[in-house]
Design a protein around this ligand. Structure first.
Ligand SMILES: *Cc1c(COP(=O)(O)O)cnc(C)c1O
Length: 395
């Protein structure tokens, strides 16, 4: 045995295997679209975050290719040295208009946006009040800050108020953080009530709209737009990697906040900017969304159609209010079997099990997109009906 064998890692991998949580990656062998080639088979893809079908949209591809010709393939440096191309600035200006905010700063991803922004706005002596189901990148961002973190029960306003009262006056800045749309159940944060509590007690609000960007609000302007809360949510995070179809993240808010992050948002300062072609494709996506609400309308129409069909068949879709639709099976094994059988019937729907979701709430999680046709959906519904009966999930 040699020290180079990394034996301690093999041991940990074996533990994962014993716990039944070791997994292999699924391989996508085509663009992400309504019907994709997955592990060698063309199936209806119900698991992507490509909500609007923009990841393989002709206009985005064209914009991206043109940008490669004009700008090359890389930004060449971090934004703060000489990687700040005018295409990056144009995207930020356009996003700020789209979001109706003073300013926007883009990051390399939604993940780095959370990791950078939280740590830059709160510090020792401050407190973060965080929904217990917030995304991993928020949790990491909280850890990177030196603020205290207190969690409140998921979307529980009474518990939120209890925590606010508990921390009263012991801290300088009090920052309430929530996902806009929760990724496992597809429920929407109670933002109007959260903002009201925040205003009553002098807290700031921070909403991570990763699954709301391109989905909620007019043409996907996000949850603040959905609830008519413009100017009352202090920090809005968005992603360009899900519905927008490309890659990147951004923060939207006041000018002083954006200027501060320009100096203190660590991933912005110390990691190279996204390729100009990515910025150009994002810009074209925002253009498309600004022209009409056609794509978001189609997304919602499709997801309502699918959810109703699944509910009519007797499936349990939990408390979903968005295109994220869990089909809850119960035991882990059952959810894994459901996913496997659906794949054999021509539908890819990823299973999600403990510890990502609580025990007994294992599921397949589906995202219908604007790119799915009625035929795609009807075929998928048929497969769910057949497999659901087989596994006794429905009668
Ligand atoms: C996906 C996701 C992110 C990360 O966004 P990327 O752009 O993929 O890095 C952050 N927050 C939430 C809530 C998410 O669902």
């Amino acid at each position: 045995m040699s020290v180079h064998d990394l034996d301690f890692i093999t041991k940990k991998l074996n533990e994962l295997k014993e716990q039944g949580v070791y997994r292999k990656l699924t391989v996508l062998e085509s663009p992400s679209e309504a019907r994709s080639i997955i592990n060698g088979k063309k199936v209806i893809n119900l698991s992507s975050n490509n909500y609007l079908g923009l990841a393989n949209h002709p206009r985005l591809k064209k914009a991206s290719l043109e940008a490669v010709e004009k700008w090359g393939v890389g930004a060449g440096a971090v934004r703060t040295i000489i990687g700040n191309m005018s295409i990056h600035e144009e995207l930020e200006k356009r996003l700020a208009e789209f979001k109706h905010v003073e300013a926007v700063l883009t990051f390399q991803s939604g993940f780095t946006a959370n990791a950078g922004v939280i740590a830059a706005v709160v510090d020792k002596g401050d407190v973060i009040i965080s929904d217990e189901l917030n995304h991993a990148s928020i949790i990491d961002g909280c850890r990177l800050s030196r603020a205290d973190v207190i969690r409140y029960k998921h979307s529980d306003l009474e518990d939120l108020e209890r925590v606010i009262n508990e921390v009263k006056d012991n801290y300088n800045t009090k920052l309430i953080i929530t996902d806009g749309v929760f990724s496992m159940d597809g429920d929407i944060a109670k933002l109007p009530e959260i903002v009201e509590l925040a205003e009553k007690y002098g807290c700031l609000t921070y909403v991570d709209d990763a699954h709301a960007s391109g989905v909620l609000g007019k043409s996907g302007r996000g949850s603040a737009d959905h609830f008519g809360l413009h100017g009352r949510v202090d920090i809005q995070i968005g992603t360009l990697s899900k519905a927008i179809g490309v890659v990147g993240g951004y923060v939207a808010g006041r000018k002083n906040l954006i200027e501060w992050l320009n100096h203190r948002g660590r991933p912005f300062l110390f990691s190279t900017a996204v390729p100009p072609s990515a910025a150009a494709a994002c810009l074209e996506a925002i253009n498309i969304l600004s022209e009409s609400t056609e794509l978001t309308d189609k997304l919602w129409e499709n997801s309502r159609y699918m959810k109703k069909a699944l509910n009519d068949l007797g499936f349990n879709t939990g408390k979903s209010e968005t295109p994220i639709t869990p089909v809850i099976a119960g035991e882990d094994k059952l959810a894994i079997e459901l996913s496997k059988r659906l794949f054999e019937e021509g539908v890819f729907a990823q299973s999600i099990v403990f510890p990502t979701v609580p025990r007994g709430a294992a599921r397949v999680r589906i995202m219908v997109t604007a790119a799915h046709s009625k035929k795609d959906l009807d075929e998928a519904i048929k497969a769910f009906e057949k497999v659901g009966r087989e596994l006794n999930l429905i009668k």
